[in-house]
Write a protein that binds this ligand. Sequence first.
Ligand code: CAA
Length: 280
Amino acid sequence: MTQAPQEHRTLQAPTEEELTRAGLRLAVEGPVARITIDRPERRNAMTGRTWTTLAHIGQTLSDDVRIVVIAGAGDIFSAGVDLGMFTPDGVEGERSIIAGLAEGETDDADLDAYIAGLQEGFLWLRRPDLVTIAAVRGHAIGAGFQLALACDLRILADDARFCMKEPALGLVPDLTGTKPLVDIVGVHRATEICLTARTVGAEESRELGLATLVVGVEELDGAVDDAIAGLLAVDPGAATATKSLLRQAEGNTLEEQCAAERTAQVARLKALVGAMTAGS
Ligand code: CAA
């Protein structure tokens, strides 16, 4: 998910109707896009359409956008997947995940491709040209926890509660959350958190590095705004190049990372000199 901003804008942005059907709201103001998961009657549970629409948002964001904030409406981030997706009837307007399997109409390759499509809703949040922030109040369960993990920063209210519920339901976390969880807390703590499906509160999240910041509920919006102001104060080109470097650091040897730093810095120096020359 490291596409350059221009490469992925072939579609029209989702319409208000499509957003509403996906349980999402989107507000873009200059460099900041705010996405709200908005299905209060289902505790902001998300469906397949939520995630394909999230991917659609990512594909159609203006190149001016530098920050994406994801929050839940009301006092909860998200109750995770809409459990109706695992019933034979599915949720309204969407296919049931299990119906096709039970009827022998869906094979492994179909299901693999279906899940890959859902994962797209989470993967774009790693893009280097964006900084993504999960603003978490209350529960972030299962897919909700994984969505928060897909973001660069997690700013938590002190009532935030993470839970990787999937194993308790006989499933695995499959919405891109296992890698960031292990990267942040290590494989041993990740094993304990997932295999007990226990709740991790805000204070523990701060201790484990899952929370970038924990604030009182009333202070959450202000803390997010402060983070946005700080992030926007940095040169956009340098921010993109730096995030790209940081994201590849773990998979690189020191030698490879040093080479990547040099390449990125040469490009930055050329950009700075180019800007100085143009301005003189
Ligand atoms: N899917 C569908 N509906 C849900 C839902 C979900 N995940 N979570 C809550 N709701 C619905 C409830 O059924 C209830 O509906 P009705 O009013 O029609 O009865 C309504 O939302 C309010 O729910 P509660 O009364 O339970 O609200 P609460 O505030 O007491 O509790 C909660 C909130 C702790 C989130 C609780 O609702 C809960 O535990 N929900 C289930 C969480 C869950 O198991 N999620 C799936 C995790 S696994 C995953 O996400 C990934 C995957 O791929 C499997």
